[in-house]
Write a protein that binds this ligand. Structure first.
Ligand code: PLP
Length: 377
């Protein structure tokens, strides 16, 4: 009765930790949330007001399956303004978050057994999304000592007749790495379709991120509003696809999701037109938290040979303490109230690692890591 697909799908381990952390918190225990992948601040008031106004204005029915034109145009304008790339709004498709955008990308290009190359460690859901679309994840290891940059020779070797695309994610979850411009160019020069997950764009510190569209048109961009605008629960994302794929994605959207929520789409217009301007302040805040987290982790004896430059994560080797990241994360939580994500979520090689999110206050970072330090020593 239960499909093999569902039987074989891995859980998203971070949710196990989050649920336990929430249970402990509800029972009165102090919990430090370094596990969650979402900003701690509320969605900006202007965005909320735009959604409410749009409900009053009647944006409460299905929209076009491709999305409301005003938002598609605003996204095209944003790519022009931010990266200098010209994108027709006709290539922009609005989705219910970047997760469905990833799923529709895979469903659009994969036949059973086709391969998608992903760098390892990877965002936990990639292999699952690929297998739901009956594809196979081909993992190419990236290493801390290389700053988690891609080894192009290794990447090239992993391409074969089954390869349908290379999936890149810069800035990355779980490492926070920003791909170098030259690396992005070399990845594109391999001539494969690139799927570029740009969900952490805007959250970059001291450097500038690049969209894949600066290097190639043979790409599907997947992105959304969850992270930069603290809109995780709103479920709003988008894809920018090559013109020949628009109709295929549209057919999927019509059948699977019909359309994204229209008043949420109108809130997205407000986010791009008003809040994007202030996004430097958001990045500045996250940078302060990043520095605080790196210093705090170093002060309790963690060592790392790379510096995360984007998103709000650091992937830390914890093999000195444990080789079982899942058990270790639960030990830490039960004994200190510090919630972290086990590295096993992001790689079969990830048991030596923990992911710390710094999407929380500096006070919480300082107190939580101090508690962790006392426990570990
Ligand atoms: C790399 C990456 N891609 C995609 C997503 C999904 O984001 P959403 O579906 O909220 O847009 C996440 C969420 O954590 C992520 O880290």
């Amino acid at each position: 009765m239960i499909s093999d697909l569902v039987k074989n799908i891995s859980p998203f381990y971070v949710m196990d930790i989050l649920e336990e952390a929430n249970r402990l918190e509800a029972s009165g225990k102090e919990v430090f949330h370094f596990e969650v992948g979402e900003p701690d601040f509320s969605t900006p008031a202007e965005i909320c007001a735009a959604a409410v106004k749009s409900i009053d204005d009647g944006f409460t029915k299905y929209s076009s399956s491709l999305g409301i034109e005003k938002l598609r145009n605003a996204i095209a304008d944003d790519y022009k303004r931010t990266y200098g790339v010209q994108v027709s709004h006709e290539r922009v498709i609005i989705t219910i978050g970047s997760s469905p955008a990833l799923l529709m990308s895979m469903l659009t290009i994969l036949d059973p057994g086709d391969e998608i190359i992903i760098t390892d460690p990877y965002y936990a859901c990639y292999p699952q999304i690929i297998s739901v679309a009956r594809g196979v994840s081909k993992k190419v290891a990236i290493h801390e000592e290389d700053g988690y940059q891609i080894d192009i020779k290794l990447l090239k070797k992993s391409i074969n007749s089954k390869t349908k695309a290379i999936l890149v994610n810069s800035p990355s979850n779980p490492t926070g790495t920003l791909l170098e411009k030259e690396t992005m160019q070399k990845v594109c020069d391999l001539g494969q379709l690139i799927i570029s997950d740009e969900i952490y764009h805007g959250l970059v510190y001291g450097k500038k991120e690049n969209t894949i569209l600066e290097f190639t048109d043979n790409a599907i961009v997947v992105s959304g509003f969850s992270k930069l605008y603290s809109m995780t629960g709103w479920r709003l994302g988008y894809m920018i696809v090559p013109p020949n794929l628009v109709r295929y994605v549209q057919k999927l959207q019509q059948n699977l999701f019909i359309s994204a929520n229209p008043f949420v789409q109108m809130a997205g217009v407000e986010a791009l037109e008003k809040i994007k301007i202030k996004s430097g302040d958001i990045a500045k805040l996250f940078n302060e938290r990043r520095v605080a987290m790196l210093e705090a982790l170093k002060s309790i004896g963690f060592e790392f040979s790379y510096e995360p430059m984007g998103a709000f994560y650091i992937f830390v080797n914890s093999s000195r303490f444990s080789k079982d990241s899942y058990k270790f994360a639960f030990d830490i939580l039960e004994n200190t109230g510090v919630a972290v994500t086990p590295g096993i979520d992001f790689s079969e090689r990830g048991n030596d690692y923990l992911r710390f999110s710094y999407a929380t206050s500096i006070d919480s970072i300082k107190s939580g890591i101090e508690k962790l330090g006392k426990y570990l020593s």
